[in-house]
Design a protein around this ligand. Sequence first.
Ligand code: GLC
Length: 424
Amino acid sequence: MKKWAVFLCLGLLAILLFLTACRPAATPDRVETQPPATSPAVDDIQPTATRPAATPTAIPSPTPTPQPTLAPPAVPLDRIAQGRRLGRGVNLGNALEAPKEGEWGMVLQEEYFRLIAEAGFDTIRVPIRWSTHALEEPPYTVDEDFFQRVDWVIENGLANGLNVVINMHHYEEIFEKPSAHAERFIAIWEQIATRYEDMPDSVYFEPLNEPHGQLTQDKWMRILGDTILAIRRIDNRHTLIVTGAEWGGYRGLQSLRLPEGEENYVCTFHSYEPMLFTHQGATWSGTGYQTLGVTWPGPPATPVTMDPEAAKVSWVFSWFRQYNTYPYETNPAGPKPIRDAFDRAVRAAEQQGCALWLGEFGAFEQADMQSRINWTRFVREEAEARGMSWAYWEFGSGFGVYDRAAEQWHEGLLKALIPDVSQR
Ligand code: GLC
C-alpha cells in the first residue's frame, strides 16, 4: 500500500474513534421514564432535578416553621356563652387561699356544695394559694396532697351541678418580683392544665387574682401571654378568665393584650366601691379604714364622726365630708361611682369582645346588715342590668352570705343576691 493510503486509513480510523468517544452515553432516561407496570401513587413520586418544568406544583413547598399561635380546639366554645353560663356565683373564700387551709378559720365541708347549689347559685369560684404548695426550685412540683384536695373541691362542685372556677390567689412573691417568679408561675399553671385537661367545660381557669404591686399592666400582659401559650400547648379547650393589673379593677381591662388566636376567654374585674364602706374595720386594708358606722347609701341620717387616725389621711377626710353632706345621687356612697365603674368595664369588654364577669364584690361584716343588703342588691342588679355574670365575695367568713355558726343563710343577703329562689 502506498504510504499516503496508509496515512489516509489511519486518519479515517482516528476520526471514527474520536466520533465514537464524543457520543453521549447510553440514554437510560428514556428507559427509566417508561411507566412502570404499576404506577406509584402520586405522593410517592419524588421530585428530581430532571422533572419537567411543566409540573412545578408537584414540588412540595418547604415545611413552615411552627408559629406560637393556637390550634383551634376540636369543638370551640362560644366565649360569650361561657361567660353567661357563670351566672350567679359565690367565692369559697378564706379556705384554700390561706397559707394552709384552716389557718383563716375556714375548712371546706362537703355539705357546702349542696347548700350553695340548692340556694340557686350556678358557680363557685375557688381562690387557691398554689404558691405555698409547690417546690421553690424547678420543676416547681405542686404537692400531691394539695392537688387531691383541689380535685375533691372540683368533684364536689361538679357533682352538685356547679361551674367551678379554679384561680391562683395570693401569689404574693410575684407581685414583688414578677420576673423572678414568672417561670415558677407558668410551671404551676402547666401542672394545673395537665391535671384538669379532661375536666368538663364547666371548669374554668383564672390565671391570677388581682395583679398589683410591681406586676404592672405591661409586665402582667407579658407574663399572662406566656402563661396562656403554655396552658394552650396542653389544654386548648377550657375557658380562661383574664383580668388586668391594678388589683383587677376595670382599668386594667382597658388595655388587655392576649396572644393572637386566643378566643376562649371571659374578662373579669372586681368591685368594692366604695372601699370605705365595704372594708370598714378590715384590718388588712391599712390606714384610713378604721371608721365604723358607714352606711349605704349615704348621706347618713346623722353625720359620721371619723376615727381620729383616719381623719389624718387627706383623701379619707374629703371622702367623709362628701359622704356626710352630698345627696344620694352624687354621694360617694351612692349609685354614681358604681354605675360609672360598671359602664367603663362594659365599654372595655365590648372593645375586647369578651363577656364580663364580676368575680368579686362584697361588704365586710363590720358594716350594719341592712346597709350590706342594700349595697349587695344594688351592685348585683346593676351588674345583671349590664349582662354581667357575677360571684359574691364570699360564702362563709367575714363577708359571708352563709352563717356557719348558726348553720343558716343570712336570709336578707341571700335574697339580695338571689331574689327568686324559694327552695332553701
Ligand atoms: C381580695 C383579696 C382577698 C380579700 C378580698 C376582700 O380578693 O385577695 O383576700 O379577702 O379581696 O378584701
